[in-house]
Write a protein that binds this ligand. Structure first.
Ligand SMILES: [Zn+2]
Length: 303
């Protein structure tokens, strides 16, 4: 057993891949970003180079965690559901461990977000953390006592594809189709594109989620009100099941400040006799949460 002195986190994104080295105290010792290679072989070589440079600069053999845009299939350990499609069907963790000569931990982006905020972000010190990402899509991850809860199928916290709870008649009749094949998923209502589509349906006007959020117009404020109510119904469902100490929000929609005032009492209203509003906070680490959470996939003092 040896103490981890340096944790390496790698965030494998669709366009950029980033490595970060965190020292024992969580301080950033190194950060480097490259364009994500176009094929699997080039990616492997690029990651080996990034880790080699990080090891040399930190004079260490760091632990390696990676945030991936997909998940590992249970049993086969092959990657699935990655939008960097050349990863799908690949034994990524096995290949990295062979290449780097050390164990590697993988987790999807939303889990890394939750872990980053639970480790030293907006939910630091909280026992049960539900991390929510609401941007282009809606995702989520659950961290309990500093550990990501993967689940039997690797989908813990994937609330983006539960049906919108307690839908109104109007929501039932206008529920859009989701890319996953089902109709009326939370993601088609509470993502940035979902907000823009809802606004267009009721006003006939084209606006982006950012424009709607920034406007003081009555239609725009009403659209944010509907979004808030939908989020609240879905969060109340999660609170009744998980009862997290903190819900941390990330992604583009997390920049809507109204949410932090209006969501807690609404979630309390829709929840089961909570006895008080839940704690719902904005993230601390923003775009760095993937790479930081990847590094924190090795939380223990020793390996
Ligand atoms: Zn869906």
């Amino acid at each position: 057993m040896r103490p981890i002195s340096v944790r390496l986190g790698i965030d494998l994104g669709g366009t950029k891949t980033e490595i970060m080295a965190l020292g024992a105290n969580g301080a950033v010792a190194l950060r480097q970003r490259i364009v994500t290679p176009k094929d699997y072989g080039s990616l492997m070589r690029a990651i080996a180079d990034l880790v080699k440079v990080a090891d040399a600069q930190t004079e260490s053999c760091g632990s390696v965690g990676m945030a991936i845009p997909g998940s590992e299939s249970f049993g086969s350990n092959l990657i699935k559901n990655a939008n960097t499609t050349y990863l799908n069907g690949r034994p990524l963790r096995h290949d990295l461990e062979t290449l780097l000569g050390r164990p590697v931990r993988l987790a999807n982006d939303a889990n890394c977000f939750a872990l980053s905020e639970a480790s030293d972000g907006a939910a630091a010190g909280a026992g049960t953390v539900f991390g929510v990402i609401a941007g282009t899509g809606v995702g989520g991850g659950v961290v309990v006592d500093g550990k990501v809860i993967g689940g039997a199928h690797g989908v813990t916290g994937e609330w983006g594809h539960i049906p919108l709870p307690a839908p109104t008649v109007e929501e039932v009749t206008t529920a859009p189709l989701c890319y996953c094949g089902k109709r009326g998923c939370l993601e088609v209502w509470c993502s940035g594109p979902g907000l823009a589509a809802d606004f267009k349906r009721l006003t006939g006007r084209d606006s982006t989620a950012g424009e709607i959020a920034a406007s003081d117009g009555a239609d725009e404020r009403a659209a944010i009100g509907r979004l808030t109510d939908r989020f609240a119904r879905a969060m109340a469902t999660m609170v009744n099941i998980l009862d997290p100490d903190v819900i941390v929000m990330g992604g583009g929609l997390s920049n809507i400040d109204r949410l932090y005032d209006e969501l807690p009492p609404l979630v309390e209203k829709y929840g089961f006799n909570l006895g008080g509003p839940p704690r719902i906070v904005k993230n601390t680490h923003g775009d760095s949460s993937g790479v930081r959470g990847a590094a924190w996939l090795w939380p223990q003092e020793n390996v």
